[in-house]
Write a protein that binds this ligand. Structure first.
Ligand code: BG6
Length: 511
């Protein structure tokens, strides 16, 4: 079986990376194929990849679920999902070729006969479509089913293919709900799959703007000299959503914003922002640097003063009534689940000692925006008359992750006129204006990488565990200290969060 290995020839690797990245003979099996993620993200991403010519002609997709469907029913479901959510135009010829490789296997995760059918289905596809035994198993299922599915794959001889083929497991978040459960899951998965066969999804790493953090930092000379405690006052990482929990009460309640988003997406953004330059772009080199950052993260001594959790409350927005979290369907009226979380972290190393990293996320906030703002110290001396710089803020470099993708640099400039007055201005880079190329959707990129065996954009189990290690004490503190602070839906979170920054003499950006 072929595994992902670190090549010893960097030059050849560099040249390889410049060729179009097209997946070789392969197929994908999706467990949990009837779920939202599959319909909204995975199926459209597969079609878009095929449409861009990045999948092999015999690519095959197998759906596994407890539904009384024939192959045709499954194909119809994929068709509808693609029509509704794909980003590239629908082309009959692409669809027809792709749909020939669709199969559906009905069954429970505990059903041995269904896993036998899956095995023969894969063997048939190898013969009929030349998939070469290369299959990835996508576990888009609640974590409580991971052990069973993984064991069934092993028991039915699916975790290893014929010689010269590969088998990979793709695992969706949430990867556990604390350190202990994550360690247990990792043990279960690694009993069956070697670390190089496991691809854990953090879809933020699949976003173009997130990958650009490393390009911005390490392909240029002008930012890196300032990227340290001598010049940076603090960093704010924000992931704000305007939506509520939608129909996800079953998943979200008891999990909350910090586990849902800070443990994975925001700590990954922190790691990419703070890490040292890796020796190369190989997964091991990148992971090594991210791990060093995560291991150096320090929690505040006073968790009460430097963390805040909130819960959205009923409000009227633009004449429309917005339900509070406790009024949402499926939420118990005394739930203490956080829909907003803000934490202050520091990083114990020479580059960052003493620089606060403020992380915040929330549902039903003012608007949907994700950004990383590196806020610089003020100039040590301003040789202007008093009043000239009253309207001058701190310099900042803002990586706009979404939705208005780009980078903004904020700095002071003289206001035109006969007196010396300095005010903030900004310089913008916007993807839409600078590039004609369109960004692939995160799941497109990640599914392609799985099929190529490229593990760069997938967190390793140590990263997942270190991230839980950071979050666990905060969750424990919250669990035994009161309840979340209220904030009206549509605002920027509880006043306690503003107070948290005010105590440090700072304020949140209003992106
Ligand atoms: C998911 C969270 O990981 O990310 C959701 O579980 C959240 O709660 C989603 O809504 C946001 O993703 P994006 O790509 O829309 O920012």
């Amino acid at each position: 079986m072929t595994e992902v290995t670190t090549s010893s020839n960097p030059l050849r690797d560099a040249l390889d990376r410049r060729l179009p990245r097209i997946a070789g003979p392969s197929g994908l099996v999706i467990f949990g194929v009837t779920g939202d993620l599959s319909r909204k993200k995975l199926m459209p991403a597969i079609y878009d990849l095929a449409n861009r010519g990045l999948l092999p002609p015999g690519f095959s997709l197998v759906g596994f679920a407890r539904r009384d469907w024939e192959h045709e029913d499954f194909a119809q479901v994929v068709h509808d999902a693609v029509k509704e959510h794909a980003r590239t135009p629908f082309r009959e010829e692409v669809w027809a070729q792709l749909a020939e490789g669709f199969r559906f296997v009905p069954g429970d995760f505990g059903d041995d006969a269904a896993f036998e059918t899956l095995r023969t289905t894969i063997e048939d596809l190898d013969k009929a479509r030349g998939t070469g035994g290369n299959f990835a198993f996508y576990l888009s299922v609640p974590p409580k089913f991971f052990p069973l599915v993984v064991e069934q794959l092993k028991k039915h001889g699916l975790s290893e293919g014929p010689s010269d083929s590969w088998r990979r497991a793709v695992i969706e978040k949430p990867f556990g709900h604390d350190l202990k459960s994550a360690e247990e899951l990792n043990q279960v998965v690694h009993k069956v799959f070697s670390p190089d066969q496991v691809f854990r999804i953090d879809h933020y790493l699949g976003k173009e703007t997130v990958q650009n953090i490393l390009a911005l930092r390490f392909a240029n000379t002008m930012f890196e000299p300032l990227w340290n405690r001598s010049y940076v006052d603090h960093v704010q990482i924000t992931m704000a959503e305007d939506i509520g929990i939608g129909g996800r009460a079953g998943y979200y309640d008891g999990i909350g914003a910090a586990r849902d988003v800070i443990q994975n997406h925001l700590l990954q953004l922190l790691a990419l922002t703070a890490m040292e330059e890796p020796g190369s772009f190989h997964p091991k080199a990148l992971v090594t640097e991210k791990l060093k950052v995560l291991a150096a993260v320090q929690l505040p001594d006073d968790l009460g003063a430097h963390t805040v959790r909130g819960q959205y409350a009923h409000a009227w927005q633009g004449g429309e009534e917005v339900l509070g979290y406790l009024e949402e369907e499926g939420i118990s009226p005394d739930s203490k689940t956080d829909t907003y979380a803000a934490v202050r972290l520091t990083i114990n190393n020479r580059r960052w000692a003493g620089v606060p990293f403020y992380l915040r996320t929330g549902k039903r906030l003012g608007r949907r925006v994700t950004e990383i703002a590196v806020v610089f110290k003020r100039a040590p001396y301003l040789p202007f008359e008093s009043g000239a710089t009253e309207e001058l803020g701190e310099n900042a470099l803002v990586i706009r992750v979404q939705p208005d993708e780009g980078v903004t640099v904020r700095f002071g400039s003289k206001v035109p006129g006969t007196s010396m007055e300095v005010r903030d201005v900004s310089m913008d880079f916007a993807y839409g204006e600078s590039f004609t190329e369109s960004s692939p959707e995160a799941y497109e990129r990640l599914i392609l990488d799985v099929l190529l065996g490229d593990a760069n954009l997938f967190p390793r189990h140590q990263e997942v565990e270190l991230s839980w290690n950071i979050l666990d004490p905060i969750e424990e503190y919250w669990a035994s200290n009161g309840k979340p602070a209220e904030y009206a839906a549509g605002t920027w979170g509880p006043v306690e969060a503003d107070e948290m920054l005010a105590r440090d003499g700072r304020s949140w950006r209003r992106p």
